[in-house]
Ligand binder design. Structure first.
Ligand code: ATP
Length: 195
């Protein structure tokens, strides 16, 4: 089986995440997807709690599965003592599914930070890395620098970020055009991101 791992803070999950997962499913011929909620070491006071991020990532997973079952939520990273690292998550997934081919899905900004990730060269041995553009059109030119692990780059242009959604919500503005309806309802009913 071809199994992908997609990690994030999901603070909140948004239409960019949803589109990326559905796009990756078709483009990469994925059989299964693990949506993993990561620890958020840079958490600010207006950011959502681990429980709220997990609940919203669960709603994202349900949206991804609306056509057919494909994605599952993982809170394994949140349950680890101390910091959690993608390499450890991948080792854990590889142990659970030793016969599967693993693919790590990342946005371009995360990929550029990978040289600073723990054991980033090891990550490339555990899985294929699929990178999705975030700055519209500049992805090819950026291509792989020397220290970046090998990856396949995909054109993707969905200019939405959780930072912008938190900013809009804090200003009392609508975010329903940027997130799936179930997540817009969750943000509103839990009063998230209000400062
Ligand atoms: P923030 O604005 O708080 O940094 P974010 O929008 O980047 O959040 P994350 O949960 O940190 O959301 O992202 C999880 C993964 O999804 C990362 O690999 C990130 O690069 C990728 N990603 C998020 N939004 C997009 C997007 N619009 N296009 C492509 N990749 C994205």
């Amino acid at each position: 089986m071809r199994r992908a791992v997609f990690g994030g803070s999901f603070d909140p999950p948004h239409n960019g995440h949803l589109a990326l997962c559905l796009f990756a499913r078709e483009l990469l011929g994925l059989d299964r997807l693990i949506v993993s909620v990561s620890k958020n070491p840079f958490k600010g006071p207006a950011d959502a709690s681990d429980d709220n991020r997990s609940a919203m990532a669960g709603l994202l997973t349900a949206e991804i599965n609306s056509a057919r079952p494909f994605a599952e939520l993982s809170t394994w990273e949140l349950q680890q003592q101390g910091p959690s690292y993608t390499v450890d998550l991948l080792r854990h997934v590889a142990e659970l599914y030793p016969d599967d081919e693993l693919v790590l899905l990342v946005g371009e900004d995360s990929y550029r930070q990978m040289p600073q990730w723990r054991e980033s060269r090891e990550i490339a041995k555990l899985c294929d890395i699929a990178v999705f553009g975030r700055s519209g059109g500049e992805l090819a030119a950026a291509s792989c620098g020397e220290t970046l692990p090998p990856a396949t780059l995909f054109d993707f242009d969905m200019p939405v970020s959780a930072t912008e959604i938190r900013r809009l919500a804090a200003a009392g503005q609508q975010v329903s055009h940027l997130v799936p309806p179930s997540i817009a309802a969750y943000i509103a009913s839990h009063g998230l991101y209000r400062v």
